[in-house]
Design a protein around this ligand. Structure first.
Ligand code: DQA
Length: 137
């Protein structure tokens, strides 16, 4: 089974960025823990701060992988293009947010991803990625 985690803008700063909201662990460290825990699946990770690169990655993996876990970060709330990309691919997508986006600013309460996602997880911290992997098993 092939699953990819795709993280959007500013998530390369996890561990340093607003730790009171996003925690103090880097995603690279957390990803290694996930790879050890789920050692029977092929787990991949891609991060970009560039909207088009995220869309290109969705096109690249979206017809052959078994699952996509997408935290589009700020593009969640702005990107018609990412929403359309998910509509256009075959692989099921689980949307993840580390924070509870519904307990924050109003602009975070709208997602262009959710209507096209197979499931949405938010507010569980990094554990949301673990739960999303389990949803594919
Ligand atoms: C986020 C929530 C977004 O609103 C924000 O722009 C992020 C991270 C989260 O994981 O909680 O960058 O997607």
């Amino acid at each position: 089974m092939k699953i990819i985690i795709i993280n959007g803008p500013n998530l390369n700063l996890l561990g340093k960025r607003e730790p009171e909201i996003y925690g103090s662990k880097s995603f690279e460290d957390y990803f290694r823990e996930l790879q050890l825990k789920f050692d029977n699946i092929e787990l991949f990770y891609f991060q970009s701060n560039v909207e088009g690169e995220l869309i290109n990655k969705l096109h690249e993996v979206g017809f052959s992988y078994d699952g996509i876990i997408l935290n589009a970060a700020a593009y969640t709330h702005t990107s018609v293009g990412l929403g359309d990309a998910i509509k256009g691919i075959d692989t099921p997508v689980i949307e993840v947010h580390i924070s509870n986006i519904h307990a924050r600013e109003k602009f975070r309460q709208h997602s262009f991803i959710s209507p096209n996602a197979n499931g949405v997880l938010f507010g569980f911290g990094l554990k949301g990625y673990d739960l999303a992997i389990q949803s594919f098993l």
